[in-house]
Write a protein that binds this ligand. Structure first.
Ligand code: PMP
Length: 305
C-alpha cells in the first residue's frame, strides 16, 4: 500500500492528499491515453537528498507527450521544480516521484476534442521494488506468453499508460506461476524488455543489452551503459534471443523502480552459478554509489533538493 503523505501537486497547485481525485468521465481512464514518469530520489551520504537524473526523466515525459500527441500545459522546468517541491513539502528525504499527464473530462468518445490536459505529481516512500532479497540474491524470471508491443501498434518509446496493459498481463501471468518478473519477446521473437525494466546479459566478458528499437529508452539502462563504458567493460547494444540468454553467465534488469536487479534464473535455467556474478555486482555497487552521491564524477546526474 502506498503510505499516505500530506500533499499532491495537481494542475499547478499543491493540494491535500485526499483531495487529489478525478471525475469518472476522465477521458484517460476510459481510453488509456496518458503519459507518466517514474523517478527516484535518494538520501545521500552527506544527509542531503538528490533526485536521480531528473532532467532526463522530465525530458522523457515531454517526449512521451509529444509521441502521444498531448501538449503539456506547463514548461519543462516547472514540472522539474514541482517534482522537487512535492518531495520537500511532504518531507520525503528518499522516495519515488510519479508525474502523470492525462486528458480530463469533457467530451466522450475516442476523439478527446479540447478536453483539458491535466497534470498530477505524487511522491511516496518506496523501497526495493522487487524486494531487498531480489537486489541481493537475484530473481527468477519467466518469458511471458505475451509479446511486447509491435512498434507500429503501440508507441514503445513512450511511457503511455495504456502500454502497461501488456505489462500487467505479463506480470500477472508469471507471478501466478511463481516467478518474480516477466520478460517479453518482441514481435519478431527477440528478447525485448520486462514489464517495467530493461535487460542486460553478460557472456565471456561482454555485456549486451537490447537495442532501443522496440523498448522504452530506460534512463537506468543509459546510466549502466555509461558506467560500463567508463569501466572499459566491452558493451554491445545488439539483439539476442531467449536461448542466448539461457546460456548467459550473468543477467540483470535495470529500471528506476527495480534499480539494478540481478537475474538468477530464466525459464527454470540457472544463470551462471545462480548468484549475481562479478560484472553485475560491480555495476550494481557503482550504481548505488552514484545515486547516493558517493562518486563525484557523476555529480551532474544528481539534482539536490
Ligand atoms: N521498460 C519499461 C517497460 C519500463 O516501464 C521501465 C520503467 N520506466 C523501464 C524499461 C526502465 O526505464 P527507467 O530505467 O528509465 O526507469
Amino acid at each position: 500500500m502506498v503510505e499516505k503523505l500530506s500533499k499532491i501537486w495537481m494542475d499547478g497547485k499543491l493540494i491535500p492528499w485526499e483531495e487529489a481525485n478525478v471525475h469518472i468521465l476522465t477521458h484517460s481512464l476510459h481510453y488509456g491515453i496518458a503519459v507518466f514518469e517514474g523517478i527516484r530520489c535518494y538520501l545521500c551520504k552527506d544527509g542531503k537528498s538528490a533526485v536521480f537524473r531528473l532532467r532526463e526523466h522530465v525530458d522523457r515525459l515531454f517526449d512521451s507527450a509529444q509521441i502521444a500527441d498531448i501538449k503539456i500545459p506547463y514548461p519543462n522546468r516547472e514540472i522539474a521544480e514541482a517534482c522537487k517541491e512535492t518531495l520537500r513539502v511532504n518531507q520525503l528525504k528518499q522516495g519515488y516521484i510519479r508525474p502523470i499527464v492525462f486528458i480530463g473530462e469533457g467530451v466522450m468518445g475516442v476523439y478527446p476534442g479540447e478536453n483539458p490536459i491535466r497534470v498530477g505529481i505524487i511522491a511516496w516512500s518506496w523501497g526495493a521494488y522487487l524486494g531487498d532479497e531480489a537486489l541481493e540474491k537475484g530473481i527468477r524470471v519467466k518469458v511471458s506468453s505475451y509479446n511486447r508491443h509491435h512498434v507500429n501498434v503501440m508507441m514503445t518509446k513512450a511511457k503511455i499508460c495504456g502500454n502497461y496493459v501488456n505489462s500487467v498481463l505479463a506480470k500477472r501471468e508469471v507471478m501466478r506461476m511463481g516467478y518474480d518478473e516477466a520478460l517479453m519477446l518482441d514481435t519478431e521473437g527477440y528478447v525485448s524488455e520486462a514489464s517495467g525494466e530493461n535487460i542486460f546479459m553478460v557472456k565471456n566478458g561482454i555485456l549486451k543489452t537490447t537495442p532501443l528499437t522496440s523498448i522504452l529508452p530506460g534512463i537506468t539502462r543509459d546510466s549502466v551503459i555509461q558506467i560500463a563504458k567508463a569501466k572499459r567493460i566491452i558493451m554491445l547494444e545488439e539483439r539476442f534471443t531467449r536461448d542466448e540468454l539461457y546460456t548467459a553467465q550473468e543477467a540483470f534488469f535495470t529500471g528506476t523502480a527495480a534499480e539494478l536487479t540481478p537475474i538468477r534464473e530464466v525459464d527454470d535455467r540457472i544463470i551462471g552459478d545462480g548468484k549475481p556474478g562479478p560484472v553485475t555486482r560491480e555495476l550494481q555497487a557503482a550504481f548505488f554509489d552514484i545515486v547516493k552521491g558517493k562518486n563525484s564524477e557523476y555529480r551532474e546526474w544528481l539534482d539536490y533538493l
